[in-house]
Design a protein around this ligand. Structure first.
Ligand code: G6P
Length: 620
């Protein structure tokens, strides 16, 4: 995991690095550090805690120079300590690096380096890489290489990365090279920002917005040399290659907090607009279907598809579950939902006519990327439903659908979920209309979808009521979330939101399954959140609700405004607008996002940066 930044040019590097790290904090915030090349060589400042604490350290112990690298860490190997924070120096300080990824063979390499006399100051896998590069650098010099020659530095990096197993995005400085940074990528994303007389390095494009709009995305096994005079791009095995410069479509303003206290709240309230964006230009009234610009498959190929696999992680996996129900109902196509982390190592039987969709907000989740590649390796058309344009998955997929939800900063995903569900509903409509779904049914779905942004706007009115419920229950240690049919994934998502940001144990379950285990957890102190809007499953789930009440469990019901009965059985009711069954996940998720938010605030938790989590999980 972790976030990397780098700068070489004419400006003071530290300011740019700190701003970049702030924007990358979503990738990890256990510790942060920078290394800047100044008059007295490379100075390192690093510290456990958030980037703002590093900024404070820099205000007391400033570093000056126009070349530097920085890092924000999500700990994998080695505890959360100052010593384990990046950057790490190698050898006798000849090399300083930052690293995102996991070096799987670090233990063997460490033993070898220790036997050669290298002394370790941390318990990270990264320090192994730093010493390994230093070792090869020293070796090249011993063989007559000029330490100040770029080729010597590059040769050392090339020799070192040949020994690495695992994943890495690396930013590297050399003591003998006051104007050179080398970066290398395998498995962990890196992007180079191209300016005038200045170049930037980052794990994704967000730190570059406002500095440059021209970027080069590094492909796996590429290395790049950055100096104020330009960049040299190389492939590990094929040598020099021509960089493909792309224009960045991102503005700084999009990530502003505005008048909201937290990004999560801002993003919850953005959902009417983000849904509108997900639907924009995709409703085809004449043909009563959906239209997509980027599936990159001909209609006759899509008609041949007889099965879909949706693979994802976390919240995106929950939207995939909703997608399964939607696609099976409207397109009558069998759908399998797979955790990407499992799919990548399983060998499920997939026929030639199976289409695989990777669903991901960030487009960088390591397991989802590996699942996509595994599916492509086997020759399946592999598409993505993704939010971040320019992300690795967006670039590597054979085609796909963007969410257009704008940057999602809060670690707990909210607006991406509803956008994914909306896009999956469009996909179900589209695949359905290529098969048995009638014109009239297609028209009806279009009309329902078109109304959703307004419905979601109305749903947000429940905020004050949700806040009251949160005040009543925020001390609870356990919660159950229960739903059926389309609302079963909603229950899972509601429980996940609460766990993620308030650290309360919560279980999401299909309501009827509750009696096979979770009902044993019901007591007077364990609230059960029932997602029980009007619809096909209403009478069934009402029986489940009564079962909880009979055992004195407090019940919070997410129910339709028109429900006259619910207040007499539930302890608390949060009202939502009534919509068709298949659109209930879009509506019913909103109060659950808000409930998690308010409970977390009341418990004094860090809503946008919950402990141990990261927005983008770029390690497996
Ligand atoms: C992390 C985030 C979750 C997210 C999951 C999948 O765990 O904290 O909010 O749902 O990754 O991320 P993706 O970007 O692939 O949707």
């Amino acid at each position: 995991m972790c976030g990397i930044v780098g700068y070489v040019g004419q400006r003071q590097a530290a300011d740019i690095l700190i701003e970049g790290l702030r924007r990358l904090e979503y990738r990890g915030y256990d510790s942060a550090g920078v290394a800047v090349y100044g008059n007295s060589g490379i100075s390192i400042r690093k510290k456990v805690g958030r980037v703002k604490e590093l900024a404070h350290l820099l205000s007391q112990q400033p570093v000056s120079g126009t070349l530097g690298i920085g890092h924000t860490r999500w700990a994998t190997h080695g505890g959360i300590t100052d010593a384990n924070s990046h950057p790490h120096a190698g050898g006798n300080g000849e090399v300083v690096i930052v690293h995102n990824g996991v070096i799987e063979n670090y233990a063997v390499l460490k033993e070898r380096l220790q036997s050669l006399g290298f002394v370790f100051h941390s318990t990270t896998d990264t320090e192994v890489v730093a010493h390994l590069i230093a070792h090869h650098y020293q070796e090249q010099i011993a063989l007559g290489g000029d330490p100040e020659d770029k080729a010597t530095a590059l040769g050392a990096v090339q020799a070192a990365i040949k020994c690495l197993k695992g994943t890495y995005g690396l930013g590297i400085l050399f003591r003998e090279h006051p104007a050179l940074m080398i970066a290398a990528r395998s498995g962990s994303p890196l992007v180079v920002g191209v300016g005038r007389g200045e170049y930037f390095l980052a794990s994704d494009a967000s730190p570059l917005a406002g500095y440059t709009s021209e970027v080069v995305y590094l492909a796996d096994n590429e290395l790049v040399l950055l100096t104020p005079d330009g960049i040299d791009l190389l492939h590990r095995d094929h040598g020099q290659t021509t960089p493909s410069i792309q224009v960045l479509d991102q503005t700084e303003a999009e990530s502003d907090l505005g008048s909201f206290e937290h990004y999560m709240l801002k993003e919850i309230f953005e959902q009417p607009a983000t849904l509108e964006n997900a639907l924009r230009g995709r409703l085809d009234d004449d043909a009563a279907t959906a239209k997509f610009g980027g599936l990159n498959l001909e209609v006759h190929q899509l008609r041949r598809i007889d099965r879909l696999v949706l693979t994802a992680c976390g919240t995106s996996w929950h939207s995939a579950l909703v997608g399964e129900f939607l696609i099976e109902e409207f397109a009558r196509l069998p759908v399998e939902v797979e955790y990407a982390s499992e799919f990548r190592y399983r060998n499920p039987p997939l026929s030639e006519s199976t289409m695989v969709f990777a669903i991901t907000q960030s487009g960088e989740t390591a397991d989802t990327l590996a699942a996509l590649r595994e599916s492509q390796r086997k020759g399946h058309p592999t598409l993505a439903i993704c939010n971040v344009v320019g992300s690795t998955i967006a670039r590597e997929a054979d085609g796909g659908i963007f969410l257009h939800a704008g940057p999602e900063v809060g670690v707990a995903s909210t607006k991406a979920f509803t956008s994914q569900v909306a896009v999956l509903a469009l996909l179900a409509l589209y695949m359905g209309r290529l098969r048995h779904l009638s014109y009239t049914a297609g028209k009806r779905i279009i009309n329902h979808l078109r109304a959703m942004p307004d419905v979601i706007q109305k749903t947000l009115d429940c905020d004050a009521a949700v806040r009251e419920v949160a005040e009543k229950y925020f001390h609870a240690d356990n919660f159950l979330y229960l739903g059926r049919g389309y609302n079963y994934p909603v229950a899972l998502e509601g429980a996940l939101k609460l766990k993620e940001i308030s650290y309360i144990h919560a279980e999401g379950y299909p309501a009827a399954e509750m009696k096979h285990g979770p009902i044993a957890l019901v007591d007077e102190d364990t609230p059960s959140v029932f997602v029980i809007p009007h619809g096909n499953m209403y009478p069934k789930i009402m029986s489940n609700l009564e079962e909880v009440k009979a055992r004195k469990g407090p019940v919070i019901a997410i129910a339709c405004e028109a429900d006259q009965h619910i207040a007499s059985v539930a302890d608390d009711v949060i009202c939502i607008p009534s919509v068709e069954d298949y659109l209930q996940p879009l509506v019913a998720t909103i109060p659950l996002q808000l409930l998690a938010y308010h409970i977390a605030v009341l418990r004094g938790c860090n809503v946008d940066r919950p402990r141990n989590l990261a927005k983008s999980v770029t390690v497996e």
